[in-house]
Ligand binder design. Structure first.
Ligand SMILES: Cc1ncc(COP(=O)(O)O)c(C=O)c1O
Length: 300
């Protein structure tokens, strides 16, 4: 498979009840199908980071994550595919590469794992800490946790090229906001972007504003763009990494009824928000609604 090829990401039409949901065409952009280990938005976020490593003739990527991080696994797998080295700085000095299946797989893929204390991990984004990593590993590109940097955003922007132009609404789960900001920058002006934060008490628009600043430069343009965003803040199910039986049952029903696999950390919550919103709408004209499946199925 060619690196960063996305042809496996199909648009799946969801067969909704036509009487209950008149005038609705619901499509799911299945980025989860792109690759089993570099799943969904991870593939998009890493593409230009890896290009940069090649362009700068560096050896690989140094990045950060928790013991169960999908991002670490994605970096390990993508670097292996690209013939590059990878280093994962992992939160928790008591851990080893045998501590869980995720870390085991990262090590198997050739990722060098460096275990650090929680205190030093929490300082990872501070300038002095970043400088320290750059100095000790000059041949590595530093990529923040979750692939949340400028190049990650550019990669997510490209998803828009693979979505139908006539799309009226696009739904996406939100963590760091990199994916949603990339989509917003790339979307046609008639599409409303619906974001579903999975964190409790998350100020989605303020976080997006920070992320968009290097792209859109002035506050006025950012405000104009953010006017096209609708936030659905009440679907975090208790916060990051939390869920309840209702969500589990919903996920199981989606698999049975629509043949749509979802995870309980991100996509399950976002698709739940979409269906809840859809039930409250009464469209007078035909609408095309797209849900971006950002992957995460390793989360179960
Ligand atoms: C499966 C999945 N979906 C959605 C997101 C949220 O994306 P972002 O952090 O870019 O907002 C993440 C986090 O990276 C994720 O792992």
């Amino acid at each position: 498979m060619e690196l960063f090829e996305t042809s496996k990401s199909i648009l799946q039409e969801i067969q909704l009840d036509r009487v209950k949901f008149p005038n609705v065409r619901l499509l799911v952009k299945r980025d989860d199908l792109i690759h089993s280990e570099v799943s969904g938005n991870k593939w998009r976020k890493l593409k230009y980071n890896i290009e940069l490593v090649n362009h700068q003739k560096k050896d690989g990527i140094l990045t950060f994550g928790g013991a169960y991080s999908n991002h670490l696994l994605a970096v390990a797998a993508a670097c292996k595919l690209a013939g590059l080295k990878s280093i994962g700085v992992v939160r928790g000095e008591e851990l080893t590469s045998d501590s869980n299946e995720n870390l085991k797989r990262c090590a198997e893929l050739g990722m060098e794992l460096l275990f650090v204390s929680r205190e030093s991990y929490d300082e990872r984004n501070e300038k002095s800490c970043q400088e320290g990593w750059k100095e000790s590993h000059p041949s590595y590109l530093l990529v923040p946790e979750g692939g949340s940097n400028y190049y990650g955003l550019v990669g997510c922007q490209e998803i828009c090229k693979e979505l139908p132009v006539e799309m009226d609404h696009l739904f996406v789960a939100q963590g760091t906001t990199t994916t949603s900001c990339g989509l917003l920058v790339g979307l046609g002006e008639n599409t409303t972007l619906h974001v579903v934060p999975v964190l409790k008490g998350f100020d989605a628009k303020a976080e997006m504003r920070k992320q968009l600043f290097p792209f859109l430069i002035d506050e006025e343009t950012i405000t104009e763009q953010l006017d096209r965003v609708e936030v659905h803040p009440e679907f975090h199910f208790g916060g990051y990494g939390k869920w309840n039986q209702e969500l589990i049952d919903f996920i199981s029903d989606c698999k049975t009824e629509y043949d749509l696999p979802l995870d309980k950390i991100y996509t399950g919550k976002a698709f739940y928000a979409l269906m809840d919103w859809l039930e409250k709408q009464q469209f007078q004209t035909p609408q095309t609604i797209v849900f971006l499946h950002t992957g995460g199925l390793q989360n179960g």
